[in-house]
Design a protein around this ligand. Structure first.
Ligand SMILES: [Zn+2]
Length: 206
């Protein structure tokens, strides 16, 4: 699963105009997807939608903050990265609490609304790939966004698999299990972001 993806920041200051446009578009798509997925999770009672969309939140913050810190000192950038790490870790803990809460009274998610949100997520991800495809080899920033979007397809498919399995077995378990797997993968990457940011804060020239 998306192991080392979506962790690198983007040096937005170095972006050409057309690359910046791609960055803003992908950022907007991730924000929209996050909102749609949370709404879908609330409507359907699915946990895998929530776990799956943590990555959209993380990506949106990475891209948004990299636009915000253009020209800032390395230590400011490291602090911002650390702050972002804390935020996504907080979001991940909230999802963990939601999953634990689900386990106390296991209700099967409504697969129709789950399926709509999961499909929109995958479609949005494909649009990002389409936007990044022509520029994917232009520079390191575009390459890392391309890698990130490509890896996100795996998360997207995992949520689709959860939806199909919920429908097939008429059970909440596939949703809960896939939610847990996605959450663990996400937590691993979030702690790596925090560790790297801490190192950078220590090492960065002030
Ligand atoms: Zn991602």
């Amino acid at each position: 699963m998306s192991d080392d993806c979506c962790e690198a920041g983007i040096d937005a200051g170095a972006l050409e105009q057309r690359h910046r446009r791609v960055l803003v578009a992908v950022l907007a798509i991730n924000v929209t997807t996050f909102v749609v997925m949370v709404a879908g999770a609330v409507m359907s009672g699915s946990s895998s939608l929530l776990s799956g969309t943590l990555d959209n939140l993380g990506d949106a913050m990475t891209y948004g903050l990299s636009l915000a810190v253009v020209g800032a000192s390395p230590v400011t950038k490291a602090r911002v990265a650390f702050f972002k790490g804390l935020l996504i870790l907080g979001a991940a803990l909230a999802v963990a609490v939601q999953i634990a809460w689900r386990l106390t009274s296991l209700e099967t998610p409504v697969f129709e609304s789950m399926g709509v949100a999961a499909s929109l997520n995958l479609a949005a991800n494909l649009v990002c790939l389409r936007l990044l495809y022509p520029v994917r080899k232009d520079d390191l920033n575009m390459e890392s966004m391309w890698e990130c979007s490509r890896n996100d397809i795996v998360d997207g498919l995992a949520v689709i698999v959860a939806t199909v399995a919920v429908w097939l077995f008429d059970s909440a378990w596939p949703d809960v299990l896939i939610a847990m797997v996605l959450l663990v993968v996400f937590l691993k990457s979030a702690t790596r972001v925090l560790r790297r940011a801490t190192q950078e804060m220590r090492g960065a020239p002030t």
